[in-house]
Ligand binder design. Structure first.
Ligand code: GCW
Length: 691
């Protein structure tokens, strides 16, 4: 018999009993459903009640973290952490971040690395194996990252907004720093370290010169101090006009002596307070940002000036190749035209940061021809984790398959097989992180942060593997949950492409917010290369951008034999057809259908796939806590509505040119084109779309 203790002596016994019964019912029901979950713990949700024995042959802040993580979470026997120079094989890399994990028995495990950071990574590896049920003894693991620099780029402004951020405000509280230090900085560092991210750029590439003021640097220092033991270096985006704007100089010309001195002094000032500062990220002469061309100088002259200032401190410059001007030349060609002639002119601490595709983070792009083209220059890839063009944090789009398609693309540089992954020496990802409790605006978008880190460490990991790991750590080990959810995630990127921009269509977004469809969009007086028609070129003959010799000939920037494959409309892969060819409506596709019919089927398929996601997810109701279940369910509803919006808008608009019926076996439009044209979402570059 259960006896209830009265809450207070004064309360009548039956009321107290009633209260207690209610309390018990509440606890029982939350235990049955699992506790309410807000996503704040990301994929780091292991039980922390272990009391493991951990020994180390050195003491340091990073090793202390490794010890604490293992002590509280490791359920097996003793773990030895050993700094050891010259460990073997694959665990070696220039950065000394590799490690080995070995065991004879479950009772004793040894993690070795030449560096403290390597031991920390090894500890997280071991805990990941435990959290995903993948421990298999004896352990004999050798790991080292493919790239030495695995860096997040925050597009966070000093006023707390995040450009193309869909997870609330910036996590960096500049107004409170340096006095008030948010606990989130440490949680952020820990999450990144657990997946091998080792650097971060704190502020937007559309950079305010004010970031370099002494009072801001004092705040940056606090963040750098917190991230350091987690093996994360801090970088800053800088504005090329800083010498003029905050230094009071008459010019910011990179060949001017006083300007060069200003940057040297600034670098010295930074390194005095942040001795391991990483360096600068620069967006120059792009979308209105200042740059060396304002003074008749080249990108190389601009980058080298900054590189010279950073060089004595071992700092680097990441100089972005995202440049394009309203000229007569195809926007897709411009970065290559600008940068290839400069090959060989950049100093060795400059890395050119190139977006994965030649335009701008579209749902799907072929790789940028700059990869493999610069033989004497260091090149790194820039991926976009935040879903600027993939439905913001409303739509499910697991991006590992996109990044993998990119990294595995063969550039054929130098006339031989040469994958993108081997042409680059670092990877950056534009962060999808904000101050929302769940960090990324939606629970499922956390998987993209996770996948970025894992792929930057090892680009050969499969998307399936990454999704599996993430789901098991974040939600559940139960295969009945893991398998369908993994399937849904793995199909989600292609699904978004299907209902937004199949067959190589690109940039037909509503101008400005990049969320909904506006293939008809016109910005009166605006740049041609910001208008959707520039990209789809629809007419009564067909649709698509002609990048063959009869058009812009952007294809010529690729190597043989890829070039020939792309020139030929019959061998050009369907997924890029309308990227490279203005294709007639009646062109017979590989499926045997006409282009028009194929387009209709693709859009329809996208809609059906999202409906399937809803079914898959709704079935999981008993497998997952109510809070996350409902959150994801509501996001999928938005996605399903948006998919229909996209399908109807694009098909009804393109139909006014194709003048053919939408095949009768697919779902009929439920909207009218004129009504769809009236939709004007009022969203800025700084918020998630609400509809
Ligand atoms: O994708 C575009 C975005 C801009 C962004 C720019 C860039 C930071 O729409 O918001 O600016 O790319 O990458 O510089």
């Amino acid at each position: 018999m259960i006896r209830y203790t009265p809450l207070t002596a004064e309360e009548p016994e039956n009321r107290t009993q009633m209260k207690n019964i209610l309390l018990i019912i509440f606890f029982l029901s939350s235990a049955l459903q699992g506790f309410a979950e807000d996503g704040s713990r990301l994929w780091l949700r292991a039980d922390t009640k272990a009391h493991a024995t951990v020994a180390a042959n050195k003491k340091s802040p990073s090793i202390d973290i490794a010890i604490a993580e293992l002590q509280t979470q490791w359920q097996g026997g003793k773990v030895n952490l050993m700094i050891q120079k010259g460990i073997a094989g694959q665990a070696r890399n220039d950065n000394h971040e590799g490690y080995t994990i070995t065991s004879n028995t479950q009772k004793e495990i040894t993690i070795k690395s030449p560096s403290e950071k390597g031991l920390l990574y090894g500890a997280y590896h071991l805990l990941r194996l435990q959290a995903t049920n993948k421990l298999a003894y004896p352990l004999n693991i050798q790991e080292s990252p493919k790239y030495n620099l695995r860096i997040l780029n925050h597009w966070d402004n000093l006023n707390g907004t995040v450009e193309r951020g869909y997870a609330g405000h910036s996590i960096w509280r500049w107004d409170e720093l340096p006095e008030v230090v948010s606990p989130r900085y440490k949680e952020y560092a820990r999450a990144n370290a657990s997946i091998g991210i080792n650097a971060t750029v704190l502020n937007n590439v559309n950079a305010s010169p004010l970031i370099l003021k002494p009072e801001m640097l004092a705040k940056v220092k606090i963040i750098a101090d917190i991230l350091r033991p987690y093996g994360i270096k801090v970088f800053l985006s800088v504005n090329f006009s800083s010498p003029t704007v905050i230094g009071g100089l008459a010019t910011s010309d990179p060949l001017d002596k006083a300007v060069r001195q200003w940057w040297k002094d600034k670098a010295n000032e930074i390194y005095k307070i942040i001795p391991d500062f990483g360096g600068f990220l620069v967006k120059a002469n792009s979308e209105g940002q200042p740059g060396p061309q304002d003074f008749g100088r080249t990108h190389a002259e601009g980058a080298n000036m900054l590189a010279d200032a950073l060089k004595p401190h071992n700092g680097i410059v990441m100089w972005r190749a995202f440049v394009y001007n309203p000229t007569n030349d195809d926007r897709a060609k411009q970065a290559y035209m600008e940068f290839v002639p400069l090959d060989g002119q950049f100093h060795d601490n400059v890395i050119i940061q190139v977006k994965n595709g030649p335009i701008d983070f579209q749902p799907r792009e072929p790789f940028s021809p700059l990869f493999g083209a610069m033989k004497q220059t260091k090149v790194m890839a820039e991926l976009q984790i935040t879903q600027e063009y993939l439905g913001h944090s409303n739509h499910l789009a697991f991006l590992a398959p996109m990044w993998q398609e990119f990294l595995e693309s063969d550039t054929y540089a130098n006339g031989k097989s040469s994958f993108v992954a081997n042409t680059i020496m670092a990877i950056a990802g534009v962060a999808n992180i904000g101050d929302d409790t769940n960090w990324t605006g939606s629970h499922l978008a956390q998987a993209n942060w996770y996948a970025f880190g894992r792929l930057a460490w090892n680009p050969q990991l499969t998307s399936e593997n990454i999704a599996d790991e993430w789901i098991r750590q974040t939600f559940s080990q139960d295969d009945a949950f893991v398998e369908p959810v993994k399937d849904m995630m793995l199909n989600s990127w292609e699904t978004v492409i299907n209902y937004m921009m199949p067959l190589g269509l690109h940039h037909i977004f509503a101008v400005g917010h990049h969320y909904g469809p506006e293939p008809w969009g016109v910005i009166p007086g605006g740049r041609p290369d910001w208008q959707p028609w520039y990209f789809h070129n629809v007419d009564t003959v067909g649709v698509g951008f002609d990048r063959t010799k009869s058009g812009s000939d952007a294809i010529s920037q690729y190597y043989s034999p890829l070039k020939e494959e792309l020139y030929n409309i019959h061998t050009c892969p369907d997924k890029w057809l309308l990227w490279f060819h203005h294709t007639p409506w009646n062109y017979t596709m590989k499926s045997g259908r006409s282009l028009w019919d194929e387009l209709c089927y693709k859009y329809d398929l996208g809609v059906q796939q999202v409906r399937d996601f809803q079914k898959i997810w709704d079935k999981q109701e008993n497998q997952v806590d109510a809070e996350r279940f409902q959150h994801i369910q509501s996001r999928l509803k938005i996605q399903a509505r948006d998919a229909v919006w996209w399908k109807d808008a694009c098909l009804l608009y393109f139909q006014t040119f194709s003048r053919q019926p939408i095949p009768y076996d697919i779902e009929r439009p439920v909207n009218d084109l004129d009504e769809l044209k009236q939709i004007k979402l009022k969203i800025s570059n700084y918020e998630n779309a609400k509809r």
